[in-house]
Design a protein. Sequence first.
Length: 155
Amino acid sequence: MRAVALTLLAVLGALMLVPAALGYERYVIGGGSMGSAVPRGSIAYEERVPVAALRVGDVITYRPPGRADRVTHRIVWIGPARQMRTKGDANSAPDPWTFTLRGQEQAVLRFHVPVVGYAFAALGVRWVRMLVIGLPALLVAIVVLRDVRREPVAA
């Protein structure tokens, strides 16, 4: 049991640290609009590229006009002045808006890992994070204090 828990922690740590060290940004997919291509609960790893390098078929995460939340959709049209239109793979029609990306760079999906995003999202909840960090720390403290009590006092 302990080996399984340690393996899971090592895998989660690797999924968090290794891609970041290689320059990838991570993002948890919260919606289902990309269907099986990038399912809800996946952790998406994205790389920043120049906006001019974007092509039809690239999957990007951005804030649509007039919305506060981000979406991850596929570019289906690039028009004059780099105006774009996107569509979720599971949606029947393209998004109703066109937009132009601000800035010189844009994050593009490079790969994803299904289901793991749920664990990352849970760690964003304060009490879960405290439990994940605090419980092991408490157990270590108990073991250390128990061992200290067992040691004979030198005369």
